[in-house]
Design a protein around this ligand. Structure first.
Ligand SMILES: [Zn+2]
Length: 513
């Protein structure tokens, strides 16, 4: 059946970036068949006609990075930098979940995504909690049911978590260190096998809910594992993503482990290349940017996450200058209070203005929207992110008779800086209606929210116990954080903190708690 979205104010690609113009959009099956001048399409020849004169229709946002695994921890911690938060994210005493509870935590992520203008997410789900295949299938089923487009990775590591940090022998209590090292080791072989098995029936080129290859971060993996991840991605024609240089401490970690940056280490291993994304890339040297640009690697800009856990602000303008493809993500989701992509876009356009008085180098709303749509599509090498013939019909329609768009002067700016999802009227993914009249039509949202509250009540004691147990790990990571702050980093890294990072750290010298 063909659908006509008639006389929409549509965000269309242009030579100078996306721009809003009136158009008729024709959907045929899962794809956009045509984009015509407004009023040109003949409504009688369509199975369904949407009057879109009061709708802003955009390509769905591509959330290139989130984690669904910490949904039940939403709101549990605040004001902890990444490494200290990791004590809670990969805890020694994880919360044991039923398959249904895994389904629920995942479907909440999907609902948040849909309600913030997102049509594709990359979920880097940790298996650190030892999820079974039944639980993985439950998560995949949640995404199937939601209607969202998904590429799932498994945040793969093959090193003990504690040994992904420097200075552990001097900063950890020896008994705690021994106990953490004695935890069951991640089985790298099994993780790669899992991706291979799933890819056979869930390749993202042919399946809306698919998989990709996601080693968690270079310093959490052996070199051999990283090389085998690269080889698997090449063999199966899958995107490859990894966290990289998210924090200043990771720069120090790289120096301690490899004597070079993580980017340089990945380059040396042959890991970089097209269809490869470095998540965060917040702290980059000139040499790192050159290597990323020369190899055709993408970077994933997660400004809200980087702000809320104090990682810093990525050098996005410098990356764009180097011709690097920039995509966007929310990161999260529980520890960051959700995976609100429109929030991420607003932060992404706003925060760079705090870094420099040179307003000619600030990011625009259109640049950020482009990164969150076309940039995301390019990073994943999928036909998404643009309203043009041949692309997947992944579209979001915002009601223009709402406060963020009233009065209307510049739809893209008003979308990026003011809209938080409350104006979403409709969305389509693969040509299928997922939202209509502001309601999610694929699943019963109120019932799932109620069931998740009930599941959380059952899990609350476990969540508290897991968090209590993480405290000694967190405190040891605080000692590592302090020690790393005293270690110099490459002078050509543009400090990702506004106060800088090469000079003095008065609050840190006295401890920052
Ligand atoms: Zn992440």
């Amino acid at each position: 059946m063909k659908t006509l979205i008639s006389q929409a104010l549509a965000v269309l690609p242009g030579a100078a970036g996306p721009a809003a113009r009136r158009a008729d959009i024709v959907i045929n099956g899962a794809a956009i068949e045509a984009v015509l001048p407004p009023g040109q399409a003949v409504p009688a020849s369509f199975g369904e006609v949407i009057d879109a004169q009061r709708l802003l229709v955009t390509p769905g946002l591509v959330n290139g990075h989130l984690h669904s695994w910490d949904t039940f921890q939403k709101g549990c911690i605040e004001n902890l930098p990444l490494e200290m938060a990791m004590a809670y994210l990969r805890p020694r005493k994880p919360v044991a979940l039923s398959e249904r509870q895994v389904y629920l935590r995942t479907v909440i992520v999907a609902l948040e995504a849909l309600r913030s203008g997102t049509t594709t997410v990359v979920d880097d789900m940790s298996l650190g909690q030892g999820l079974t295949r039944g639980q993985i299938d439950a998560a995949l089923q949640a995404y199937e049911d939601s209607g969202l487009r998904v590429l799932m990775g498994f945040s793969m590591i093959d090193r003990p978590v504690v040994d992904s940090y420097p200075f552990v022998d001097e900063c950890f209590d020896p008994k705690l260190l021994t106990a953490l090292r004695a935890l069951p080791r991640p089985d790298g072989e099994a993780l790669l096998r899992l991706v291979r098995d799933l890819a056979a029936s869930r390749h993202p080129r042919t399946h809306r809910v698919g998989v990709l290859v996601a080693p968690s971060a270079p310093h959490r993996c052996s070199d051999d594992f990283l090389k085998r991840s690269r080889a698997l991605a090449d063999e199966l024609d899958l995107p490859l993503v990894t966290h990289c240089q998210e924090t200043r401490l990771q720069l120090v970690t790289a120096q301690e482990f490899y004597g070079r940056s993580l980017v340089a280490q990945l380059d040396r291993l042959g890991f970089l290349g097209p269809r490869t994304s470095l998540i965060h890339a917040t702290w980059l040297s000139r040499d790192d940017i050159a290597r990323i640009g020369d190899s055709g690697t993408s970077v994933q800009y997660n400004p809200y996450s980087n702000a809320v856990i104090g990682s810093g602000l990525a050098p996005v303008r410098e990356c764009l200058d180097a011709g690097i493809n920039v995509s966007m993500g929310s990161d999260g989701s529980g520890i960051l209070f959700g995976n609100q992509m429109l929030n991420s876009l607003c932060f992404g356009a706003t925060l760079p203005k705090l870094r420099s008085p040179d307003h000619t180098r600030w990011l625009s709303a259109a640049e950020v929207l482009s990164a969150a749509t076309e940039g995301g599509a390019r990073a994943l090498d999928l036909p998404l992110g643009r309203i043009e013939p041949g692309r997947s019909a992944d579209l979001v329609a915002y009601n223009l008779d709402t406060l963020p768009f009233t009065p209307l002067n510049d739809p893209i700016r008003q979308l990026v800086y003011a809209e938080k999802g409350g104006s979403i009227d409709s969305s389509w993914i693969d040509g299928r209606r997922v939202m209509a009249g502001g309601r999610i039509v694929t699943v019963n949202e109120p019932a799932l929210i109620a069931e998740t509250h009930a599941a959380h009540a059952e899990l609350a004691d476990q969540v508290l116990a897991s968090n209590d147990d993480a405290a000694p790990f967190r405190d040891a990571l605080f000692r590592i954080t302090l020690k790393a702050l005293g270690c110099p980093i490459d002078e050509t890294v543009r400090p990702a903190w506004i106060e800088g990072s090469h000079g003095r750290f008065p609050p840190f010298d006295e401890g920052f708690r």
